[in-house]
Design a protein around this ligand. Structure first.
Ligand code: UD1
Ligand code: UDP
Length: 377
């Protein structure tokens, strides 16, 4: 069997690493195709190195651009690779432009697509990621929703066949790497911070960074936090802060440690030892519940409602008062802190990668890994 894995951004490399490993364990070396949507060392290569992935077979160097430029360029280059390599299945993970490009290029060549982390919905079609999720799910032959909630979203849209709830590979990655991180990373010492003595912040969503007023509201939130703040800055946000004249204001904040994006091991260590995380990241909402760290999400909706239901996460949007109210509550009410930190992990047991590889091999061996003319037969 010849599987291909297409990826291009930081979270895809992290969340696909358990799948690569699971295939290798079965004696199958998947073809690795990197679109180059992320290209800075600290957004890409550092993860390939830290997660000990095999050599990338194709670097497509798509880079940045408008939504259509990036997706279109990726499609054209992925199609060439798929025509040359003729894999039996193409795997994509999540909701980026790379994912949509990979799914469309593949299915049109009649190469079946397996979508990992299928069925997530924010029900907000103004997000580029929501469009990517819906279209990729409908182009895919095999779907791997992480939870039953995600499976139900697929069912509501008529997708009921070849759907396997397997858990989220984020758990595999966290379990595989957090002990290594604890041992190897000395980031707390390096930054001069104490365990549980700081808030870890990340923000990069277009809705929070592309409009000046929204980015300013984020800066105002950071200015008001009563604890030290550590903020590894996504390149998109750095660019916008400079463009909108907010860079100097943020840099001058006394309680803020503003740093480059971190490698996975350093980031996991910072995350696990944080008092709380304040984020608009999808993956970090998931990791926080696995690591037992309260999460405040800088959004008004989430495609990870499981984290809200179990009580690990709250939506605070860009509402400074709401953020402060929750931070104060976490600081002053021990029981509340414990409840958030000890919320059960809804994303599975850390064996999602193994299940995905096994299911795809079984489908292949029984001749069922094919693009069918109708899903509904
Ligand atoms: C993308 C995904 C988002 C995901 C995020 C993970 C889409 C639509 N968005 O958002 O879902 O959560 O990746 O981090 O696919 N840049 C650099 N260096 C890099 C990469 C990007 O400087 O290595 C800058 C460029 O100015 C670029 C901007 O960041 O224009 C945005 O990059 P892009 O890949 O388009 O979107 P992300 O915000 O990273
Ligand atoms: N991450 C990292 N270094 C950082 C910030 C994040 O390694 O400086 C990891 C984090 O542990 C998580 C993933 O990157 O696994 C989340 O990526 P991001 O927030 O960029 O994307 P999203 O999950 O929102 O798509």
């Amino acid at each position: 069997m010849k599987p291909a894995i297409i990826f291009g951004t930081r979270p895809e490399i992290i969340k696909l690493s358990p799948v690569v490993r699971a295939f290798l364990k079965l004696g199958i070396r998947p073809l690795l195709v990197h679109t180059g949507q992320h290209y800075d060392y600290e957004m890409s290569k550092v993860f390939i190195y830290e997660l000990e992935l095999p050599e990338i077979d194709y670097h497509l160097e798509v880079g940045s651009g408008t939504q259509a430029e990036q997706t279109g360029k990726a499609m054209i280059k992925i199609e060439r690779v798929l025509m040359e390599e003729k894999p039996d299945v193409t795997m994509v993970q999540g909701d980026t432009n790379t994912v949509l490009a990979g799914a469309l290029a593949s299915v049109k060549l009649k190469i079946p697509v397996a979508h990992i982390e299928a069925g997530l919905r924010s029900f907000d079609r103004t997000m580029p990621e929501e469009i990517n999720r819906v279209l990729t799910d409908h182009a895919s032959e095999v779907l791997f929703p992480p939870t039953d909630e995600a499976r139900k979203n697929l069912e509501r849209e008529g997708i009921t066949e070849n759907v396997y709830v397997v858990g989220n590979t984020v758990v595999d990655a966290v379990l595989e790497n957090s002990k290594i991180a604890e041992r190897k990373s000395n980031i707390l010492k390096l930054l001069g911070i104490r365990r549980k003595g700081y808030v870890l912040v990340t923000a990069h969503r277009s809705e929070n960074t592309d409009r000046r007023r929204n980015l300013e509201r984020l800066v105002e939130i950071l200015e008001s936090l009563p604890l030290p703040v550590v903020y590894p800055l996504h390149p998109r946000t750095r660019k916008r802060l400079k463009e909108f004249g907010l860079w100097e204001r943020l840099k001058s904040l006394k309680n803020l440690i503003l740093i480059e994006p971190l490698g996975y091991l350093d980031f996991l260590k910072l995350e696990k030892n944080a008092f709380a995380v304040l984020t608009d990241s999808g993956g970090i909402q998931e990791e926080a519940v696995v690591l037992g760290v309260p999460c405040l999400t800088l959004r008004y909706n989430t495609e990870r409602p499981e984290t809200l239901k179990v009580g690990a996460n709250v939506l605070v949007g860009l509402e400074k008062d709401r953020v402060l109210m929750y931070i104060e509550k976490l600081l002053n009410e021990k029981e509340f802190y414990k409840r958030m930190a000890n919320a059960p992990n809804p994303f599975g047991d850390g064996r999602a990668g193994e299940r995905i590889a096994k299911i795809l091999v079984e489908l292949y061996e029984s001749g069922r890994l094919k693009v069918r003319s109708s899903r509904f037969i």
